[in-house]
Design a protein around this ligand. Structure first.
Ligand code: CMP
Length: 136
């Protein structure tokens, strides 16, 4: 039975700044993801704080929100069979030094903060995160 899902992907400021957004979009497409919607935007720190609210008690929360709002990002709705898990596998571990060969964070990530991409970690969060950026 098919299980088509949608998930939210963000190409983070470090990757957009290095003009890697088109190359990273090709990685997704070559792995069978459709990009259903996308936009290049820059968000306010207050919006980043709302987006990453689940991390608000973490010591890295302030830097994380400052970073996500520091430059343009590309937000995308990705779709394919089992998209949530597939995207997480394609991204690799949060820390690029721990990410496996062939993953986006291994190839493009600079550090645990500048790890080039974000992806929803569950189907429920995918819905919330898609609505966050694309609710009309
Ligand atoms: P992301 O998948 O966007 O979700 C939260 C982000 O916090 C994560 O990627 C990292 O870029 C960032 N981060 C910074 N420090 C840590 C840490 N110690 N553990 C997890 N995430 C971290």
């Amino acid at each position: 039975m098919s299980n088509i899902e949608q998930t939210l992907s963000i190409i983070k400021p470090d990757a957009v700044e290095r003009n890697l957004d088109n190359e990273i979009k090709e990685v997704f497409k070559n792995k069978g993801f459709s990009i259903v919607k996308e936009k290049k935007i820059q968000i306010e720190k207050s919006e980043a704080e709302r987006f990453y609210k689940v991390h608000e008690t973490k010591p890295f929360y302030n830097d994380l929100c400052a970073y996500l709002s520091s430059g343009p990002i590309v937000v995308m709705i990705l779709q394919k069979e089992n998209a949530v898990l597939g995207n997480r596998e394609l991204m690799g571990a949060t820390n690029p030094v721990e990410a496996e060969e062939g993953t986006i964070r291994k190839k493009y990530g600079i550090s645990i903060d500048k790890n080039s991409v974000h992806g929803s970690d569950s189907i429920d969060n995918a819905k919330i995160e898609i609505d966050f950026f694309f609710k009309d």
